[in-house]
Design a protein around this ligand. Structure first.
Ligand code: B12
Ligand code: SF4
Length: 514
C-alpha cells in the first residue's frame, strides 16, 4: 500500500449536519450529506454521516487526524461552530461548507475552529480539500464555484440510516432566474438554471425506491425556471437564440416529467415552484402525470403593497390570487403556501386576511414565517445598512448577526415595524398557525388524498409540521418549545411508517430499463 493510501485509511471522514434540536426522525433527508459522501473518494473509506436533526453528534468519538466536514445554513451556524471548535480541539481537520460558510468564511474560521472553508458547490473541490487535509496542507479557502449540471455528484443513498426519514431528496435544478428580495438563492446559486440530466435524476429515485422510499422531495430552488411570459418576451424581442435556449430548458423539464410518469404510480414527488406555473396548463398536466403531487409556492403576501415589499410583483393578490392558487389543485397538484409576516406594509388585519386566503385557495399545507433578514439577500443588505453601528444587542451580539445569539435568547422579529410591536407580530403569527392547523380543518383538507391511510398520513404530517416548525420556531415560552419537541418525537415515528414503502432491492433494473 502506498503511504498516502495508508494515511487516508486510518483517518475517518465525518460529515455533520448541525441542529440544536433532535427529533429522532427526520422529514426530508439533508441532501448535502449524501452528495458530499458521494464526492468522498473511496480511499477514505465509508464517511460517517451525522444528521443532528435525528440525534446529537458525539464529538468525543473524533480522533486526531480525522476530517470533520460541517455544512451550515444561517439558522444552524451557531451549533455548527460549537461542533467545529470541539472537533478542532480534538485534533481533527475541520472544514466548513454550505450557504452560510460561503457568505461568511472568516466567521467559520474565527468562531467555528475551521481550518478550511469550501465556498459554493462542494461536488468537485471536496476531494482536493480531503487530499490536502491528509497531507496537512489545507488551504484556508476553496472556491467550489457553481458546478455545471452534468458534473453534479449523485447522492450515495446506500449510506442512509434505516427507517429514519420520511422523504428522500433529489435535486433536478440549481439556480433561479427571479430575484426576490428576501432570498439569497439567485445570488449564490445564480440566475442561470443548471438542470441535471434526466437519467441521473431517475437513477437516484430508483436507488431511493430500492430502499423503500416512495416519497421524494425535489430539492430544487425553482422547478419552473422558464415561464410562458419569458417565452413571450423572447418572441416579442425577436431574440431567437434566447428563445431556443429557453425552449431547450423547458423541453428538458417535460422530458424529465415524462420519465417520472413511467415510475410506478405510488412514487410521489414534491417540489418548489413559482406561482406563474398556474398559467401553464400543459406544465401542470405534465406534473400531475409525473406524480408531482405537492408544490411549495412562495405566496409571501396577500396585498399589492406586501408583494412590492418583497419584489415579487409577478404574484397576484385578492380573488385573482385565490383563483390562481386553486388552479394547482384543479390539476391534482396540492399546494403548501408560504407566507411572510412582518412586512412593513402589514397591518393587524393582514393576519386574518392571509388566513382567509390560505383557506379559500384550498391550500393543503401552509407555513407562516416571520420576516427574517437572511444574509446574502437584498433585504439583509438594506437592513444592515439602516441599523449601522446602532444595532440593538442581545447577549452582547448586534442583531445584525442574529445567528450568533444563543438560540434561547434569539429574538423572533428583527426588523422594526411601523405599527406593530415584535410581540404583536409573533403572537398574531402564532394565532394564524393555530387557526390553520386545527384538527377539524386538517381533517377536512385531508380529503385531497385518495385513501384512509393517506388521510392519516396527511393528518399526522400536518400536526408534526406545526409542532416542529411553529411551536419550536415561533414560541418564546420554553415550556411550549419542549412540549412541542416531545410531541414531534411522538408523532414522527408512526408518521414515518405511513410514508414508508416496502424496500425493493431489485426495483427498476438499471436506470435505463425504466
Ligand atoms: C430543499 C430545501 C429545503 C427543504 C429541505 C431541507 C432538507 N432537509 O434538506 C425544506 C423545504 C424543508 C427547507 C426548509 C427551510 N429552508 Co431551505 N432550502 C432548500 C433548498 C431549495 C435546497 C437545499 C438542497 O438540498 N440543495 C442541494 C444540496 C446538494 O446543495 P447544498 O445544500 O447547497 O450543498 C452544496 C454546497 O452548499 C456545498 N456544501 C454544503 N454543505 C457543505 C459542507 C461541507 C463540509 C462542504 C465541503 C461543502 C458543503 O456542497 C454541496 C454540494 O454542492 C435551498 C436552496 C439552496 N440553493 O441551497 C434552501 C435554503 C437552504 N433554505 C433556506 C431557508 C431559509 C429555509 C427555511 C428557514 C425556510 C423557512 N423560512 O421556513 C427552512 C429551514 C429548515 C431547517 N431548519 O433546516 C435558505 C437558507 C438561507 C440561509 N442563509 O441560511 C435557502 C438557501 C433558500 C433561500 N430561500 O435562500 N429547505
Ligand atoms: S424565493 Fe424562489 S422565486 Fe424568488 S429568487 Fe428565491 S428561489 Fe427564486
Amino acid at each position: 500500500m502506498k503511504r498516502d493510501e495508508k494515511e487516508a485509511n486510518v483517518m475517518t471522514v465525518h460529515l455533520v449536519n448541525p441542529s440544536h434540536l433532535s427529533f429522532g426522525i427526520g422529514i426530508i433527508t439533508p441532501r448535502w450529506l449524501f452528495v458530499l459522501a458521494g464526492a468522498t473518494p473511496a480511499v477514505y473509506g465509508r464517511p460517517q454521516i451525522v444528521d443532528e436533526t435525528l440525534e446529537p453528534f458525539d464529538v468525543d468519538g473524533v480522533q486526531p487526524g480525522d476530517v470533520v466536514g460541517i455544512g451550515i445554513h444561517t439558522g444552524n451556524a451557531l451549533r455548527g461552530y460549537e461542533i467545529g471548535k470541539r472537533a478542532s480541539a480534538r485534533g481533527a481537520h475541520v472544514v466548513f461548507g454550505g450557504i452560510h460558510a460561503t457568505l461568511y468564511p472568516d466567521e467559520a474560521r474565527q468562531l467555528g475552529g475551521a481550518h478550511a472553508v469550501v465556498r459554493g458547490d462542494g461536488d468537485i473541490v471536496w476531494p482536493l480539500a480531503l487530499d490536502h487535509a491528509v497531507h496537512g496542507a489545507l488551504q484556508p479557502t476553496y472556491e467550489g464555484g457553481r458546478v455545471d449540471a452534468d458534473r453534479f455528484v449523485p447522492a450515495r443513498w446506500e449510506l442512509l440510516p434505516e427507517g429514519r426519514y420520511m422523504w428522500g431528496s433529489v435535486q433536478t435544478v440549481r439556480g433561479c432566474p427571479k430575484h426576490c428580495s428576501f432570498c439569497s438563492v439567485w445570488r449564490t446559486d445564480g440566475q442561470q438554471p443548471r438542470q441535471r440530466t434526466v437519467d441521473s435524476v431517475i437513477a437516484e429515485i430508483i436507488a431511493l425506491r430500492r430502499r423503500g422510499f416512495r416519497f421524494v422531495a425535489l430539492a430544487d430552488d425553482n422547478f419552473y425556471p422558464v415561464t410562458l411570459a419569458d417565452l413571450a418576451m423572447a418572441e416579442r424581442q425577436r431574440n431567437q437564440s434566447r428563445l431556443e435556449q429557453l425552449l431547450a430548458l423547458r423541453n428538458e423539464r417535460f422530458e424529465l416529467m415524462a420519465r417520472l410518469a413511467e415510475l410506478p404510480s405510488d412514487t410521489v414527488c414534491f417540489t418548489q415552484i413559482t406561482m406563474e406555473a398556474a398559467e401553464d396548463d400543459e406544465f401542470l398536466d405534465a406534473m400531475r402525470r409525473a406524480n408531482i403531487k405537492g408544490v411549495l409556492v412562495g405566496v409571501e403576501a396577500v396585498t399589492p403593497e406586501g408583494l412590492k415589499d418583497v419584489y415579487k410583483s409577478f404574484n397576484d393578490v385578492g380573488e385573482a390570487l385565490v383563483q390562481r392558487l386553486r388552479r394547482f389543485s384543479d390539476h391534482g397538484v396540492h399546494v403548501l403556501g408560504s407566507f411572510i409576516f412582518g412586512l412593513p406594509s402589514d397591518r393587524p388585519a393582514t393576519f386574518e386576511a392571509t388566513a382567509d386566503v390560505a383557506e379559500r385557495a384550498g391550500l393543503a399545507f401552509a407555513q407562516f414565517v416571520m420576516l427574517t433578514p437572511f444574509p446574502g439577500t437584498v433585504d439583509f443588505a438594506a437592513w444592515e445598512k439602516r441599523m449601522g453601528a446602532d444595532a440593538a444587542r442581545v447577549a452582547g451580539i448586534p442583531i445584525t448577526r442574529h445567528w450568533l445569539i444563543p438560540q434561547a435568547q434569539r429574538p423572533k422579529v428583527y426588523v422594526p415595524h411601523p405599527v406593530m410591536t415584535p410581540d404583536e407580530i409573533r403572537a398574531r403569527t402564532q394565532a394564524v398557525w393555530d387557526r390553520f392547523y386545527t384538527l377539524r380543518r386538517i381533517w377536512a383538507r385531508s380529503r385531497c388524498t385518495p385513501t384512509l391511510r393517506a388521510r392519516l398520513a396527511f393528518v399526522l404530517l400536518s400536526k408534526l409540521y406545526r409542532q416542529m416548525y411553529a411551536n419550536t420556531g415561533i414560541a418564546t415560552d420554553s415550556a411550549r418549545v419542549s412540549r412541542a419537541n416531545r410531541w414531534a418525537r411522538l408523532i414522527a415515528r408512526p408518521c414515518r411508517r405511513l410514508f414508508a414503502g416496502r424496500p425493493q432491492p431489485a426495483f427498476g433494473g438499471t436506470a435505463s430499463d425504466v
